[in-house]
Ligand binder design. Sequence first.
Ligand SMILES: [Zn+2]
Length: 456
Amino acid sequence: MIEEDAAKSEIHCFSDASTTGYGACAYLRHITKEGEVKCSYLLGKARVAPFKMITIPRMELQAAVVATQLVSVLERALKDFLPANTATHYWCDSMILDPYTDDDGIVRIRERLKYSTTLTIDLKHPAILPKTCNITNLIVQYYHRLTGHSGRGLTTATIRQNGYWITGLSTAVSTVIHNCVICKKLRGNTETQKMADLPAVRLEPATPFHYSGMDCFGPFHAKDGRREVKRYGLMFTCLTSRAVHIEMLDDLTTDAFLNSLRCLIAMRGSVKSLYSDQGTNFRGAQTELKKNLAEINEELHKNLQKMEDLNDPNSHPLTPNHLLHFKSDVCLPPPGDFKDADAYSRKQWRRIQHFANVFWKKWRLGYLQTLQHRQKWTDEKESLKVGDIVFVMDANPLRNQWKLAKVTEMIESHDGRARRSKLTLGNTQLDRQGRAIKQATEIERSLNKLIILTRV
Ligand SMILES: [Zn+2]
């Protein structure tokens, strides 16, 4: 194939495209000293057209890119066998796009704008670049920064305006934006995980506010005489019936919360379980209530010890029920089988009991079924890992004042998926040696309050 006595050697690469595919093939052309011409086939590559329809000129450009890749492979493989002055010619019958190699070895498009006197060479003949290449990546990153971390549209347009024709530019720009830490800080979305199964307390019939959730909202500016004061709302929501009870808080202290809780219990009856986030006032109240409970238990324990002295084998043990109800047995509601006819019963208690049963039947058949479907967060997502750097969303609307943090532990739910994580907040106060002055702050946050910046 390689002619020893060739006076001149040339590589000719042909590329073309159609609606079904595109490709390129390369030939070696020798001209002997006697003027005889010999051609031999070197290499070819064909690809089928993508499912997503693209225009023929664009396909022809893709074919031209394949041609340049083919020649680059051949030049590397044959560099020891071909003379140094071997010329390379590219051939295509493109209707619009017509690549050529300039004096610096850059493949450019020979476009119809070549007679323009106002455009620079970069604009008249944009350089063709593949989408997966380090230089392409650097060019895209540069223009993305130059546009002030704009979105895909503006970054793409700026690159085109500066004379680069990158195949698959949209994908290349999307990849750069997807990995850009500053863009994630500016407009990244928070993490999600597939929605957890509902807890048993939301699926069992129970009296209103027996199982409740709560959270604070506000502040609201209110008038107290001539003073302007801040007031907050405390919302209790019944986990079974979704009923809502709102109390007003003078401030976010433990005392104000305990007062509101007492109001709720006085008006709506006892609360067995209360769910909340990790608000400071809620945690303070929890500590206070636990302390009070410990004191009651201690008192009870002392009294029981006194009772033991009686040493009567027939006496019943003293339980908290005796103190709360002053009765030894739990009083259950009157039993009975209630039918439709009870709706018209002359006995009021039977009518009430019947309607209560109708309510819970409708609750089971109507409302409970609506909880079956997950409204959002339907897909399982890749979990955060220990060591990931995240941006912690907080109540401050100024996004650039949110704090950076490092994930130190993932807390798994009962289904094995992690929806909360423990974090160490970033510390900006360092001494001259770069060591943190203050002890690092540890916090715990739900996944939907975190924006991932970098993964380990
Ligand atoms: Zn960016």
